[in-house]
Design a protein around this ligand. Structure first.
Ligand code: HEM
Length: 305
């Protein structure tokens, strides 16, 4: 079995940095591969400094440099319209740099930008951080129902023998919160938006859980009645003026996560016309992109043949 990138599953990082790039289509493939390797792949400094660098590629770059993606991998398609929409922002490359100490993370981000802008342009550069006891900036604990690492290694990774084995499809969305509006709500109303209690993340049940609550929209079952699970690694970003959540989710099948985002922005088939996730009244997805995080072996083989 090919090995998934280790950084996907390292959960004790307290500092994060996300960079997104568009790579020039006219750039020489060997230069692109060399830049990616230098920025992210066999970065001995990363090992020395105890930081992780996870790399994800968009579908066009995957074709350009010969990375095999999962069979169902495709670019994000815009969902919804007007104020409630997740507009597709297709990019070629994401680097998710994380660890405990911000210094080496900054150095790695700077090195990556210097290296990768020789073959393309940087289109996203977002430091992110762990807020209190793993809370989103709304104040709610994020990750309560996340599978543990052992489960995540099987449910979020393309299985052995399948195309893209050991890789994982990654949804990256930079959400901007209207924290002033959210904080004007009473705690009880905030809890009805999320579907959990604020201090301790206990699920609202029965009539207490509105069908527009975030968890009411994203908890879903497959045809066999099994709960659909993804692995979330989201982290807050921002300053006191503009802030939100870098949503990062991993899945072995793109449709699992795609259905969840669709449910947030509007009705799924057979649902009433006006239903959506109430969270979208307080947060806007400024970017939405799918990337494929190839296995370690696939990255190591880059440019080797
Ligand atoms: C503004 C963006 C978002 C915020 C602030 C947010 C916040 C939260 C919070 C506070 C929880 C409850 C605690 C937990 O179980 O982790 C939660 C659960 C969850 N969220 Fe989100 N989320 C956001 C976007 C998304 C997106 C885009 C997806 C999927 C594509 C998603 C999928 C889930 C799932 C699957 C759960 C677990 C539900 C359960 O099993 O109870 N979330 N989220």
């Amino acid at each position: 079995m090919a090995t998934p990138q280790s950084g996907i599953f390292v959960e004790d990082s307290t500092n994060h940095w996300f960079q997104e790039y568009d790579i020039s289509r006219s750039a020489d493939v060997s230069n692109v591969v060399a830049a990616i390797r230098s920025a992210a792949v066999f970065d001995s400094n990363a090992e020395r400094d105890g930081i992780e660098i996870v790399i994800g590629v968009g579908s066009e770059l995957a074709n350009q440099i010969g990375i095999e993606t999962a069979l169902d991998f495709r670019p994000f398609e815009t969902i919804g319209s007007g104020a409630r929409a997740a507009v597709a922002t297709p990019h070629d490359l994401v680097l998710w740099i994380h660890g405990k100490d911000r210094g080496p993370i900054y150095d790695a981000a700077l090195h990556a930008r210097r290296t990768l802008t020789k073959v393309g342009a940087i289109v996203g550069d977002t430091p992110a951080f762990v807020y209190r006891d793993n809370r989103d900036l709304t104040g709610f604990i994020d990750g309560t129902e996340n599978p543990d690492v052992a489960e995540a290694r099987s449910l979020a990774v393309v299985a052995e023998g399948q195309q893209g084995e050991g890789g994982s499809t990654m949804l990256v969305q930079r959400w901007i919160h209207d924290l002033d509006a959210f904080h004007r709500l009473s705690q009880a109303d905030q809890e009805r938006v999320i579907g959990r209690t604020k201090p301790d993340s206990v699920e609202l049940e029965g009539d207490a859980l509105p069908d527009t609550a975030h968890i009411a929209r994203v908890v879903m079952e497959d045809e066999s009645g099994e709960e659909v699970e993804i692995y979330r690694r989201s982290v807050p970003w921002g300053d006191s003026t503009e802030a939100g959540l870098m949503f990062v989710g991993f899945t072995d099948e793109l449709d699992k996560i795609d259905k969840m985002v669709r449910a947030m922005f509007g009705p799924l088939e057979g649902e009433r016309e006006d239903i959506h996730d109430q969270l979208t009244a307080f947060s806007t997805a400024r970017t939405s992109s799918y990337f494929f995080a190839p296995s370690q072996e696939a990255l190591a083989g880059l440019g080797q043949d």
